[in-house]
Write a protein that binds this ligand. Structure first.
Ligand code: FAD
Length: 504
C-alpha cells in the first residue's frame, strides 16, 4: 500500500491489544483486555479536548435490566431511603427488554446479539461500577412527579454521573488507573493483514504516518454518521442535509478498514438513529451544548410542517420508542424542517433543553399571531389545523404523562394517540427543528466473542469490534439508552476475547 506523503515512522513496539477509538465501547474493550493481563494501546483520532466520541455528547442514559429496587441499589449504592420511599422504580425485566428490541426493530434484531445485549446488560453496568463509573437515577427526564411520587416509565432508569462528559472523564481516570496508554490525534487508516491474521494498524497523526504492531485489534471507532458522502450513499438522498448530533470524527473508518480486508457487512445499512434537532444547530455537535439541541418533549406538543399541517402521530408511544425515528420523518418534510407547537398547559413538561439560548423559538398570545411568526409555514392552513385538532381531542379521557393515557384525537387523518391536549392556553410557543443524525445502524458482522467475521462468515483472526460499528442490532428504530449499553456489553466481550487471545 502506498504511504501518503509525510514523515513515516515504523514503530517496532508491539502491544497485545490495540483499541481503535476513544469512546465508551473503546474504553470498555480496553479495560476488559487489561483485566486479561494484556498491554493495551488506544488510538483516538480526536485531540484530547475533543476526545470521547459520541459517548461524550450523551446524557449518559443507559438501558439496563433490573428486577426491582435492589438491582437499582446495586448500581446506585448511595441511593437514599428518602429517594426509595418517594419513587416507584418498577422493573425492567429481560422479557421487557427483549420485547422492546423486537418491537422497535420489527423483529429484525439478530437473536444472538440481542440476547447478549439483554442478558449481559446488568453485569456490564455492574462491572463498569467496579471500574469506577458511577450511576444515578434519571429523575426528571424519565419520571414525572405525580401526587408527590416519582414513577419511572419507558425502561430507562439510570444515567452516568455527569452525563456523557462525566462518563468519559470517569473512563479516562479508570484507563489511567489500570495502565492503558492513549494516543490522541492518531487516526487508524488501515489494518495490517497478511491474509491469515491481523497484526496491527497503519495510522496517521498530523503529518506522521506509520504502523503499530498489535497481537489483536479491536475496532470501536463509531459508525459513518459524520461522513456526508457515506450518509447519502447508504441512507439515501437528503441525508447529506442532516445535522450531525455528535462527534465529527466518526467517518466510517473502522467499517471501511475491515471491509477492505474482506469483512462481512451486516445489518441495516440504510437505517440510522436520527432525532428532532434545533433547526439552526451547527454542522456537527458542539461539546459546550451537548445533547441540548434536541427537542424531545414533543409527545406533549404538536408538530406542523411547511404546509401548516400535522404529519406524524406525536403521541404514538413513549418518547423513548419514537424519538429515534422521527428525525427521518422531519427530514422527509418540505424544506427538512418542522415546528413544535406548545401552549401553557404542558409547558411545565418541557425538558431543560427548551430553555437554552440557542433555540429558534417564537411566542404569541393568539394562534393567528403565532401563525405569522412560524417561518416558512402556511399561516392560513396552520390556523385551520389547530382548530381541527382542538375539536378532535377526547377531553373526556384524563391526561397522564407517566402512562400511555389513551387521551387521543378522533377523526383526524393524522391521529394523536396519547397525551392529546387542546392548544388553547396562551402564550403559545413554536420551536423550529430539523433532523439530527445520531449514529448509523449498518456495520460489521461479529460472532458471540466479538470477533469480526469474513465474507464466508468465518472469524478474521486478530480482529474484534464493538459499539456503533457493529451491525445487526438495530433496525429502523431504537429503544432510548441502548447505544451506550451496547458499547459496554460488546466492548467488554471484544476486550476480553482480544485480551485472552493476545495473551495465549
Ligand atoms: C447527542 C447524543 C446523545 C446521545 N444520548 C445517548 C444516551 O443518553 N444514551 C445512549 O445509550 N446513547 C446515546 N447516544 C448514542 C451513543 O452516543 C452511542 O451509541 C455510543 O456512544 C457509541 O459508542 P462508541 O464507543 O461505539 O462510539 P463513540 O463514542 O462515538 O466513539 C468512537 C470513537 O472513535 C474515534 N475514531 C473515529 N475514527 C477513528 C479512527 N480512524 N482512528 C481512531 N479513532 C477514531 C472517535 O474520535 C471516537 O472517540 C447519543 C448520541 C448523541 C450524538
Amino acid at each position: 500500500m502506498e504511504e501518503p506523503l509525510g514523515r513515516v515512522v515504523d514503530r517496532m513496539k508491539e502491544y497485545d491489544v490495540i483499541v481503535v477509538g476513544g469512546g465508551n465501547a473503546a474504553y470498555c474493550a480496553a479495560l476488559a483486555a487489561r483485566e486479561k493481563g494484556a498491554s493495551v494501546l488506544m488510538l483516538e483520532a480526536a485531540p484530547d479536548e475533543e476526545s470521547g466520541g459520541n459517548s461524550r455528547f450523551t446524557a449518559g442514559a443507559m438501558r439496563v435490566v433490573y428486577n426491582g429496587v435492589d438491582d437499582i441499589k446495586a448500581l446506585v449504592p448511595d441511593l437514599s431511603q428518602a429517594e426509595i420511599d418517594s419513587t416507584d422504580f418498577g422493573t425492567y425485566t429481560q422479557d421487557q427488554f427483549f420485547d422492546d428490541m423486537a418491537r422497535v426493530t420489527q423483529f429484525r434484531t439478530d437473536p444472538n446479539l440481542c440476547e447478549l445485549l439483554v442478558t449481559r446488560s446488568f453485569d456490564a453496568l455492574n462491572w463498569m461500577r467496579q471500574k469506577g463509573i458511577r450511576f444515578v437515577p434519571i429523575y426528571g427526564r424519565q419520571a414525572f412527579k405525580i401526587d408527590g411520587r416519582f414513577k419511572f416509565w419507558g425502561g430507562l432508569t439510570v444515567e452516568t454521573v455527569g452525563g456523557g462528559e462525566g462518563l468519559v472523564a470517569m473512563m479516562k481516570d479508570s484507563g489511567k488507573k489500570f495502565g492503558i496508554e492513549v494516543r490522541y490525534r492518531t487516526r487508524a487508516t488501515d489494518l495490517v493483514y497478511d491474509g491469515a491474521k491481523v497484526s496491527g494498524v497503519r495510522y496517521r497523526s498530523g503529518k506522521e504516518t506509520g504502523i503499530i504492531n498489535g497481537r489483536a485489534v479491536v475496532l470501536a471507532c463509531g459508525g459513518f454518521e459524520a461522513n456526508a458522502e457515506w450518509r447519502t450513499r447508504y441512507l439515501g438522498p437528503g441525508w447529506d442535509l442532516a445535522k450531525v448530533r455528535g462527534s465529527r470524527f466518526n467517518a466510517g473508518d473502522g467499517i471501511r478498514m475491515a471491509l477492505d480486508i474482506g469483512a462481512s457487512p451486516y445489518g441495516n445499512w440504510s437505517g440510522c438513529h436520527a432525532v428532532q434537532w434545533e433547526m439552526n444547530a451547527p454542522e456537527f455537535g458542539d461539546l459546550a451544548v451537548g445533547d441540548q439541541f434536541q427537542k424531545h418533549s414533543y409527545p406533549f406538543a404538536l408538530l406542523v410542517n411547511a404546509t401548516g399541517k400535522r404529519f406524524v402521530d406525536e403521541g404514538a408511544d413513549f418518547r423513548n420508542y419514537t424519538y429515534a425515528k422521527y428525525g427521518r420523518v422531519v427530514l422527509e418534510q418540505p424544506g427538512q424542517f418542522a415546528w413544535q407547537i406548545w401552549d401553557q398547559k404542558t409547558k411545565h413538561l418541557q425538558r431543560d433543553e427548551y430553555n437554552i439560548k440557542q433555540c429558534t423559538k417564537v411566542a404569541a398570545n393568539t394562534i393567528e399571531e403565532l401563525a405569522k411568526k412560524l417561518d416558512g409555514v402556511n399561516p392560513e392552513q396552520f390556523v385551520k389545523t389547530i382548530a381541527e385538532y382542538n375539536a378532535a381531542v377526547r377531553t373526556d379521557i384524563a391526561f397522564n404523562p407517566n402512562v400511555k393515557d389513551g387521551r387521543h384525537t378522533q377523526g383526524l387523518a393524522v391521529p394523536k394517540s396519547n397525551w392529546a391536549n387542546t392548544i388553547d392556553k396562551p402564550p403559545f410557543e413554536g420551536y423550529a427543528v430539523t433532523c439530527g443524525v445520531t449514529f448509523t445502524f449498518g456495520g460489521l458482522r461479529i460472532n458471540n466473542d466479538g470477533q469480526v467475521m469474513d465474507l464466508d462468515h468465518e472469524p478474521i483472526t486478530g480482529l474484534y469490534a464493538a459499539g456503533e460499528l457493529v451491525g445487526g442490532i438495530f433496525y429502523f428504530n431504537y429503544p432510548g439508552g441502548t447505544g451506550l449499553t451496547s458499547g459496554s456489553v460488546f466492548g467488554k466481550i471484544a476486550g476480553e476475547s482480544a485480551g485472552a487471545a493476545a495473551r495465549s
